[in-house]
Design a protein around this ligand. Structure first.
Ligand SMILES: Nc1ncnc2c1ncn2[C@@H]1O[C@H](COP(=O)(O)OP(=O)(O)OP(=O)(O)O)[C@@H](O)[C@H]1O
Ligand SMILES: O=P(O)(O)OC[C@H]1O[C@H](OP(=O)(O)OP(=O)(O)O)[C@H](O)[C@@H]1O
Length: 221
């Protein structure tokens, strides 16, 4: 009997856009997956031996990097923050578009970052934040938060934040202004490299099915 094949998907906002792509790639979760009241975390699919697990966005990368799941769908922000060598990201799914940006209070925009040697930043992305500032010769001291970064400046936790921005509405509602863009983000299909070698006959066609699903969706748009 072949080992089960596990696909990790984030439970957050990418999921709604990812489900039609999964369906076009021929993968549909059982009905219970759509039941918001269900406490189950692992679901069967229409494909024998293939299950879907629903986890937090950052954990998708961790499950796939360690081979606990063979395949996943996750934002490129998460892939780059962890930089796991075991993750291969062959398909840009062209969903979950946003950007990772530095933001500051509107009344602090006269601070000249170029003249600074040290900054304090509240963020969920300490690795990407340090990398961004290191490239500018600035040492970033990161305060790790898991959400609601936008509160940090007004409450004196840090003068700056590094967070995801899409419409800009959250920054605006909290009196912040985007001062630089660190990276553009979209969701990717990710695959565990060792699994890809050992289970190529299952995973290569799956990668191709996702590639085709993106093409068909874009052609229909
Ligand atoms: N405002 C946004 N617009 C578009 N895409 C976003 C936005 N915020 C986040 N994303 C993308 O969606 C991914 C998941 O975000 P989200 O925080 O909703 O997931 P989650 O699974 O609920 O994670 P967690 O509960 O751990 O914060 C992010 O890693 C990013 O790639
Ligand atoms: O530019 P906008 O369109 O306003 O989107 C940006 C917001 O979206 C994300 O938060 P999310 O809603 O996922 O909540 P979170 O703080 O729990 O991560 C992100 O962390 C920002 O707060």
């Amino acid at each position: 009997m072949t080992a089960p094949l596990i696909i990790a998907v984030p439970k957050g906002r990418i999921l709604d856009e990812a489900l039609p792509l999964l369906a076009r790639a021929g993968i549909e979760p059982e009905a219970e997956f759509h039941d918001k009241k269900s406490r189950a975390l692992r679901f069967a699919t229409n494909r024998e031996g293939m299950s879907i697990i629903r986890v937090r966005a950052f954990d998708v990368a961790t499950f796939v990097a360690h081979g606990a799941a063979q395949v996943g769908i996750v934002g490129s922000d998460v892939i780059e923050e962890f930089d796991y060598s075991q993750i291969y990201a062959p398909v840009d799914l062209d969903i979950g578009h946003c950007r990772l940006s530095v933001a500051q209070p509107a009344d602090a925009l006269d601070e000249d970052e170029a003249a600074m040697s040290h900054v304090r930043v509240a963020t969920k992305y300490p690795h990407l934040t340090r990398r961004h500032y290191e490239a500018r010769g600035i040492q970033a001291e990161c305060v790790k938060l898991n959400g609601a970064m936008e509160l940090a400046p007004s409450l004196g936790l840090s003068r700056r934040i590094v967070d995801l921005v899409s419409s800009g509405a959250t920054l605006k509602a909290n009196g912040l202004v985007e001062t630089s863009i660190i990276m553009q983000i979209s969701a990717r299909l990710i695959v565990n490299r060792a699994a890809l070698k050992m289970r190529a006959s299952e995973l290569v066609p799956m990668i191709e099915a996702f590639r085709a699903a993106v093409e068909v969706r874009d052609a229909a748009a």
